[in-house]
Design a protein around this ligand. Sequence first.
Ligand code: AHR
Length: 505
Amino acid sequence: MASFTRVEEGETPCITVHPTNKIAKVDDNIYGGFTEHMGRCIYGGIYDPGNPLSDENGFRKDVIEAMKELNVPVVRYPGGNFVATYHWLDGVGPKENRPARPELAWIGTETNEFGTDEFMKWCEVVGCEPYICLNFGTGTLDEALAWLEYCNSDRNTYYANLRRKNGREKPYNYWALGNECWGPWQVEQMTKEDYAKKAYQWAKALKLLDPSITLILCGATGSSSWDYHVLKECVRWDSHGLNTISKSLIDMHSIHIYTADSEHLANATAPRSAERAIQMTSALIDLARIENQVPATVPKQKICFDEWNVWDPVRAPGEQGAEERYTLSDALAVAVWLNVFVRQARDVGMANLAQSVNVISPLLTSRDGLVKQTIWWPLLLFSRYMRGHAVALNVRAPEYAGRTNPPWIRAAIETPFLDCSATVGDDGYVNLAVANLSEERGFDVALEGLKTDGEVAVFTVSGDNVHVTNTAEEQKVGIAESTWDGKGKFTFGKHSFTLLRWKPA
Ligand code: AHR
């Protein structure tokens, strides 16, 4: 939670941190990832058998190291749009028996060489939890129940035994009721009425089979009539019905937004639309609960922002693998995205960067190495330090007043040049994240609430200009580390992201 006061040019900007005013726990799952059978995300990304950089499972070791460095807690799989024609049984058992199938989301061929067990194994090696998205396109409820049984059941039943035969014991928690079922690009696009009816019935059956799972409803952008309708129909409470098998049938509501613009300030301020979308979704969840008289004892459904990033699908088309080359401007946009999730910690239960490798990703693999793109660096700093509790913050700064993308941002939410969030970690340190979006100027900022007996650790991500990129040959954007004595004003350089970290006195 942050309040913003616009000041005129010439007035001193000021950031006031209130380390003792905790707002909400930052869920570690906001640093989640996403691996889809799309482009080079799985094949040639996380899975590259025969490559000297891969381990005995065919998993790229450099990618695993990067995932560990990022401390990714949860990864969504197997799509995305891909899942709408995916039959999970094609991807288990002996590899030589697995069928190759036409793939209709990105118009390719799916060899099924990598499937559920390979993904579960990869998650185990990385140290993250799997989050599975069910096929709401050509898939059936029987097939979904069989997948859940295969993954989770400890009973002596057919699919549970098949899993054991394929070498695994452990159950898995997160399950999504389809992906972007509203989109015209979907195989079996649905109306909101049809989706809500189907999702509620599937949710009942899935929770009867395993009441312990976290079930995630398929929302849209968080600010649409689809979101309103599916929440109203599915976030229900019937004291005589199947809700008694668990706290509620629906545990989270998923939304997706990608932002991008060719002009820097429209690009870097675009994630503010996601902040407003979170606020709107939270209100729609409240509304559904009020209208359906869901008792206050039932925990409020959290938002699962299970696809987010900077992506322009014209610049990097999905059918061509969506390999975005990210600039410093995009890195600042990602810093704003992450500030949004920290500020909205009360409502966001999970967020999944789309995607983890090669496809719209901070990581680009080649046969002989890995490039860490510009957006990797703010992501790494956030994941390392911006955990614990979000704390209250007041920002006085000049505001960007130009064109926004989408245009409705301008009337809905402010766009300060200094975009900030703050946390107090479980280690007691205060962490302040500040993205200075101005291309023109640094700001000398008075920092109120900064009291320390020691030094302030300073981590900065910047570059020569907002257009610079990282390549295999040249890393133009990385992290510069320094210290500051905490006295006087701090200068946030132009087009920079800074993380300040101190132990309070
Ligand atoms: O992440 C790329 C694609 O974007 C996903 O498959 C889809 O869900 C979204 O439209």
